[in-house]
Write a protein that binds this ligand. Structure first.
Ligand SMILES: [Zn+2]
Length: 233
C-alpha cells in the first residue's frame, strides 16, 4: 500500500481539533479587531501618534517606523530595529490600533532588553525554515524505504517546529502584557478602553495557541504513524 499522509483519515482525526481552534481564533481576532476598530479612542490618537509618544521616553527613539501593506500585518523586525505598521493601525484612531502598536513596541522592548524567549525564538528561525520542507521529505523517504532512523530525523524536524510555536507563546503573551502596561502608564487609554485593548490582544494570543496545537498534533500524528510502522516490522 502506498502511504500518503494527506489522504489518511487518521491525519484528519489528529489535526481537525487544532484546525477548528485555529479557525475559531482567526474569527475571534477579526471580530475583535472589527469591533474595536470602529470606536475612536477618547484621546483621538492614531497608532502612529501613540508610537511616537512612547518610543522616545522608553529609550527606543532609534526604532524606525515604516508602513506595510495589508491588514493586521503589523510587526516588529528585530534585525532592522523597525516597527512596521499597516495603514489601518498607523492612521487608525481606534483602541484596537493603539493596542496593536503597543504590543509591537512590547516586542521592541523585549529585543532591547535581550528577553531570553525572544532570543531563543530568533535562533530557531533558520532551523524551522529548513525543517518546514526537509522534515516531511525525510519522513516520507524514511517511510517508503523502511528506514526508521531517517523517518525519526523527519520527526525531529517536526519537533523543532513544535518547539518554535511553544517558545512563541511567552514571547507573545509578554509583548501584550508590556503593551497594556504602556497604554496605562502613558495614559493613552482610560480604564474601559484598557479592557477593549486587552480583548483585542487576547484574541490575537489565541491564534498562537492554535498554532501550537497544530504543530503538536502534526508531531503526534507522525510519531503515531512511525511507532505503528515499527510494530509491523
Ligand atoms: Zn506579537
Amino acid at each position: 500500500m502506498v502511504f500518503h499522509p494527506f489522504f489518511d483519515p487518521m491525519y484528519l482525526l489528529f489535526v481537525l481539533p487544532s484546525l477548528i481552534l485555529a479557525f475559531y481564533a482567526q474569527m475571534k481576532v477579526r471580530s475583535a479587531y472589527a469591533r474595536y476598530t470602529r470606536v475612536p479612542n477618547h484621546r483621538g490618537l492614531t497608532g502612529l501618534d501613540a508610537a511616537r509618544t512612547v518610543l522616545g521616553p522608553i529609550g527606543l527613539g532609534h526604532i524606525q517606523i515604516e508602513g506595510i501593506p495589508g491588514e493586521l500585518t503589523d510587526h516588529y523586525d528585530p534585525r532592522t530595529k523597525t516597527l512596521r505598521l499597516s495603514k489601518g493601525v498607523a492612521y487608525g484612531r481606534s483602541v484596537a490600533a493603539l493596542a496593536i502598536v503597543m504590543h509591537e513596541i512590547g516586542h521592541a522592548l523585549q529585543d532591547a532588553q535581550g528577553y531570553a524567549p525572544l532570543k531563543l525564538r530568533g535562533s530557531l528561525v533558520p532551523a524551522i525554515t529548513v525543517s518546514a520542507w526537509v522534515a516531511p521529505l525525510l519522513f516520507m523517504v524514511g517511510w517508503l524505504l523502511g528506514t526508521p532512523t531517517l523517518a525519526w530525523l523527519g520527526i525531529a524536524g517536526f519537533a523543532v517546529a513544535a518547539l518554535f510555536s511553544l517558545v512563541t507563546l511567552p514571547v507573545e503573551f509578554n509583548a501584550s502584557h508590556r503593551g497594556l502596561q504602556l497604554l496605562q502608564s502613558f495614559q493613552l487609554v482610560d480604564s474601559s478602553e484598557l479592557h477593549q485593548a486587552k480583548a483585542v490582544l487576547d484574541a490575537a494570543a489565541l491564534t498562537y495557541v492554535a498554532a501550537l496545537a497544530q504543530t503538536l498534533s502534526t508531531l503526534l500524528y507522525y510519531v503515531f504513524l512511525l511507532t505503528g510502522f515499527n510494530r509491523r516490522d
